[in-house]
Design a binder for this molecule. Structure first.
Ligand code: MP5
Length: 223
């Protein structure tokens, strides 16, 4: 079995918990409170912003044929930030209104530390797992969300055909790299696949429950 298929199978209970998260079900059903969605928007905006230096840090370790795809991804992330800015302006959310939540801070540090300190294949595993998680999560929302929902542009972004093709490309590349990797490297990749899945589940939890910093409220003030 390919690396991606076997990794997904190994984390399946966790993955299914992520896809069953109330944040996704409520966004699909139109019952998500606006403040909860706003928390996610503020936090994911910071996450996508940090994903740009993450990709940039992978480039020096990448084979030549990955340079253009990675630079295209950086451009796509910059466009995605504009999508957040457009939606935030439409609904009156201040995207700079909150500091990174505890989980977001940890996830961003994990991305940057992985790109800096781990082998390229391990960083690529984190990229794939995060993108696959978002693609599948937003597909759950797409199943039954009203096309008139103010959150529909986010569904189109991650659950659409363009993103599906990008995730399929990452999967093919990662499977090739894993097939060529030795057992220690492959074990490390599996570990990081699992860690990324845990962060993805934790991110929906954080969106639903707030900052998570000991001693701080959701606006970053001493509580
Ligand atoms: C992604 C994201 C997808 N936006 N947020 C989290 C927590 N995980 C994955 O990455 P991108 O950069 O939006 O494609």
């Amino acid at each position: 079995m390919s690396f991606c298929a076997s990794s997904l199978e190994r984390v399946k209970p966790l993955w299914d918990r992520m896809l069953a998260h109330a944040f996704l079900a409520q966004t699909r059903d139109g019952t998500i409170p606006d403040e909860t969605f706003a928390t996610w928007m503020q936090q994911d905006y910071l996450f996508v912003e940090a994903a740009i230096p993450f990709i940039a840090a992978l480039i020096p370790k990448a084979p030549r044929e990955h340079w253009t795809p990675h630079s295209d991804v950086i451009a796509a992330f910059a466009k995605e930030l504009e999508l957040f800015e457009e939606r935030a302006a439409a609904v009156g959310v201040d995207l700079r209104g909150a500091p990174p939540a505890f989980v977001n801070h940890a996830y961003i540090q994990f991305l940057l530390a992985t790109a800096a300190n781990e082998a390229y294949e391990v960083g690529y595993t984190v990229l794939y797992a995060a993108e696959k998680a978002y693609h599948e999560s937003w597909k759950v929302v797409k199943e039954d969300i009203s096309p008139d929902s103010k959150w529909y542009p986010f569904v189109e972004n991650w659950a659409g055909d363009g993103f599906a093709q990008y995730v399929a490309y990452l999967e093919g590349e990662l499977d090739k790299m894993a097939a060529a990797a030795g057992p220690d490297r492959r074990a490390r990749m599996e570990k990081y696949f699992e860690l990324t899945t845990r962060y993805e589940l934790a991110f929906w939890e954080m969106a639903a429950s707030g900052s998570g910093w000991p001693g701080l409220d959701d606006d970053g003030q001493e509580a």
